[in-house]
Design a protein around this ligand. Sequence first.
Ligand code: FES
Length: 575
Amino acid sequence: MASRKRPEELRSHRWLGPSDLRSFGHRSRLRQGGYDAKDWAGKPVIGIINTWSDINFCHTHLRARAEDVKRGVLQAGGFPVELPALSLSEPFVKPSTMIYRNLLAMETEELLRSHPIDGAVLLGGCDKTTPGVIMGAISMGVPAIYAPAGPQLRGNWHGQVLGSGTDAWKYWDEKRAGRITEEEWAEIEGGISRSFGTCMVMGTAATMMAISEALGMTLPGASSIPAADSAHPRMCAAAGRRIVDMVWEDLTPKKILTPAAFDNAIRVHMAMGGSTNAIIHVVAMARRAGLPMDMKRFDEISREIPVLANVRPSGSLLMEDFYYAGGLRALMAELKHKLDLSCLTVTGKSVGENIEGAEVYLPDVIRPFNNPVSSAEATAVLTGNLAPRGCVMKPSAAEPRLLRHRGKAIAFEDYNHMAREVERDGLDVTPDHILVLKNGGPKGAPGMPEWGMLPIPKKLVKAGVRDMLRISDARMSGTSYGACILHVAPESFVGGPLAFVQTGDEIEVDVPARRIHLHVSDAELTRRRAAWTPPPPRYPRGYGAMYSDHIGQADEGCDFDFLAPLGAIPEPEIH
Ligand code: FES
């Protein structure tokens, strides 16, 4: 049996154990809270990082779930302490939650470091909150377990199932084309989000929760449980019980997050038909764990793993169906010949042990390898003179005719320019044109908002066109679909070649060959570069200015350069 920590070896012992004036202060303040030595003495202090807020409806239940976690911690002999953290509500936070992912990571890391915390339960789920809290926990290094918020219930309108985002885009185009009324549109608005919990399509939230489980950072099956299911508070209490033992076992994230664990996670990502956003987050998480990782690994793995989860936008169902079909354990069991089953997880057991006995109950929802939802890869990484450091695409969500395509560009200088033009009836555009959006990247937008699914120009929507090639340095919501080429690196704002595309230039995309080429001569590109003036910084001061000075490009995971794991940070002095 692995050796267990002794109480005097707990990190919190430095605050609470010594017989000196400082520790007197700490203990007297605990008594101020109504606690006694029996509550804390010799017990692991468990920090519950809670990303609940009044304006994050994906996390409405996390206030109550923190109490469930506490119940579990107490049952197992720990001392729970809830620490609120930045909530990052995807729909409300502007200009993009992506700007603040690293701030949440820093907050998580420093909350854990600065307090007498021995282990952490991380409560998150809405898009950036998952990588934010996990990145922070990795960098801090105390044992941590992630308890995902879980997906919301299916949407409903006139007896039809509605999926977050995906159906909003779909019915918005129907409205633009005059095929649904204002009243119907208002009914959809009231029916698309029926409960607390994250988006219930295979968006970034569902993708990142599944990736976290595949990495070994959640209890088995945790990521698929709908937020409103009674299994969800039971999972949170179980996470509370487990983290106490993880502290005694000193089971830290770095012992779990190995290269093989990341490969497992990327394989699961592909089988789920996961969001392209995950590429940025997984690269960032791996680098926080001190592991080399780049976008190419996604491309390599996508060639061997088909999409098995029949969940929108790549499939037709929703996360609630996925749960009834057996959830992630069942999908991983279907995929087990491709996984490294020996990887260690937060349970203290291996991936193989965690998925033992898992079964697929609904084979149309979690498909077998010989009957996938799509054999088109979930992710392709293209390179070429337009994206020297790469760009990404989701071939499984695009019309196949666009996977090999050459067409003339229509270039937009920024989002507002694009938004005006696509609504203009006189826009000279055909379904073979390629829409190009500049200044949507990490520094340029800033924050790489989910602008990458550029709207199909109104004129074409009315004619029934539903997909065309679109290229940008922005991201795309995981709930989106279409032939959208994203994350072009380097971005246009810093002088990447995208900055020099002009309307009328020809662009060629060959997804099977992983190539993207701007048919403009090198000499002409050099001339355009010389005539280009870099735009002024977006922020004169504050967090935005710090963000702009330190943010990495998409292919690097958009982490801050100073958060790279260059060395261990000493424990705080206690005087
Ligand atoms: Fe929170 Fe989609 S808005 S997960």
